[in-house]
Write a protein that binds this ligand. Structure first.
Ligand code: PMT
Length: 399
């Protein structure tokens, strides 16, 4: 494949040379583009020697005024490693003041970014917001590693290993369109159950897991209907988004859109209890203690289990203990084909985190642990197993 490797100016720029070598070894044609700052860290000659091609650098020292356009049109994938906080910000805002950023705006193919920066810069709300914008455009982000950073601090920010970046590129290159023709109904995020006009009960779900599933399904060619509780994420491009607030609204929308769905995935963290009669006015602080009687919300997954027909039904189970047993119990009692068991309450996994670590419990009796990985990657593994499961169930039913 014809790839562009964009290199931005950070201490990790030297690792891009190893990435260029790996990509050449895998048989890709690699065109390196460096920002002026990158040239301060590594000389273009290093990349020219590794790729056998002239490195593109200065926007004003090239042969044609439209070279960034032709380079964008001639290549199929854009990889940027390392992607610095500054470059990520310029990309998010559409600034185009050097060869790499002008090329980015002219490029219409898939984009893979491997960020690297100081831990505080990585965690800064501005960087988080810029990355959300880029994720929202469908770009694949290869999360940085945690560890000792060049600035002397420890934490996330170190460029992922070139082998890991090369694997992410390979996944993008071989991105299967194996969900083409399928309609997926996915729920995500928490629900909010009002206690009065200003208060509600909810939970820590950020929606990241469900949105990652929706993004992966669109990338694999599916039509995706995403029913989302209140979250702070932009909907992945290409999904049909339906926003809801309460469990009752979520149930209504799930059954209103069930018709065309071939696969239903319930990643939402639906509140189990609500106040069935919500007061019209704000509850006053008149007593030292207050008690409220909560009723169960409708169990949407259990109802889907009764009404699913030929559809594949995938539930989630968020548990703090006995993960596998609880996931299997939910699979049986709610007539699911797969339950994704998610250990919650441990750090950097489950709720809110960008990473997850789950166990897939299947109707066929198998249990498959998926080690910790970014939620987008976990989503792809879930779909790999959903498709395998469908083949196994068809074979077992003699189709
Ligand atoms: O959103 P993130 O921050 O990325 O976090 C991801 C996650 C932890 C929320 C997600 O991975 C997850 O585990 N989602 C399910 C959370 C949950 O509600 O689990 P549960 O064990 O309480 O429910 C079991 C299943 O029943 C779930 O599929 C749930 O959607 C469904 N359910 C629950 C209650 C209810 N009234 N109706 C339902 O359909």
């Amino acid at each position: 494949m014809k790839l562009i490797l964009g290199v931005a100016g950070g201490i990790a720029a030297y690792k891009a040379a190893e990435l260029a070598r790996l990509l050449m070894q895998e048989g890709h044609e690699v065109q390196v583009v460096m920002t002026p700052a990158a040239e301060e860290f590594v000389r273009p000659l290093t990349f020219a020697a590794l790729t056998g091609r002239k490195v593109l650098t200065n926007l004003f020292a090239i042969e044609s005024a439209i070279e960034h356009i032709s380079v964008a049109q001639e290549h199929e994938l854009l990889v940027i490693a390392p992607a610095t906080a500054d470059l990520i910000a310029r990309m998010a805002h559409g600034l185009a003041d050097d060869f790499l950023t002008t090329l980015y705006l002219a490029f219409t193919g898939p984009v893979v970014l491997a960020p690297a920066m100081n831990v505080n810069m990585w965690q800064h709300p501005a960087t988080r917001a810029n990355l959300d914008t880029l994720r929202g455009r469908g770009h694949r982000i290869v999360e940085p590693d945690s560890g000792y950073l060049a600035c002397g601090m420890t934490g996330p920010g170190r460029l992922a290993d070139p082998e890991i970046i090369a694997e992410a590129i390979a996944r993008e290159v071989h991105q299967r369109r194996d969900l083409e023709g399928e309609t997926l109904l996915i729920t995500a995020g928490p629900t909010q159950e009002p206690l009065d006009p200003v208060r509600y009960i909810s939970n820590r779900s950020s929606g990241k897991m469900g949105y990652a599933l929706a993004e992966a399904a669109v990338a694999r060619g599916a039509r995706v209907i995403l029913i989302s509780g209140p979250v702070h994420l932009p909907p992945p491009p290409g999904v049909e988004i339906i926003n809801v607030r309460t469990a009752i609204e979520m149930r209504e929308q799930v059954f209103a859109h069930l018709g065309p769905a071939d696969i239903v995935i319930k990643a939402a963290a639906v509140a189990d209890f609500h106040l069935s009669k919500v007061p019209d006015q704000k509850v006053k602080k008149t007593a030292a203690r207050i008690s409220m009687e909560l009723d169960p919300t409708p169990d949407i997954l259990a109802e889907l289990g009764r009404k699913k027909g030929d559809r594949l039904l995938i539930g989630f189970a968020a548990e703090t203990q006995n993960l596998q047993q609880e996931a299997r119990r939910k699979l049986e009692s709610k007539n699911c084909d797969m339950v994704v068991g998610n250990l919650v309450g441990v750090s950097d996994s489950g709720f809110e985190s960008d990473q997850n670590e789950v166990i897939l419990v299947l109707r066929t009796g198998e249990s498959i642990p998926l080690p910790r990985a970014p939620k987008r990657e976990i989503a792809d593994h879930i779909f790999d197993h959903v498709l395998k499961l469908r083949l196994a169930l068809h074979a077992a039913n003699g189709h």
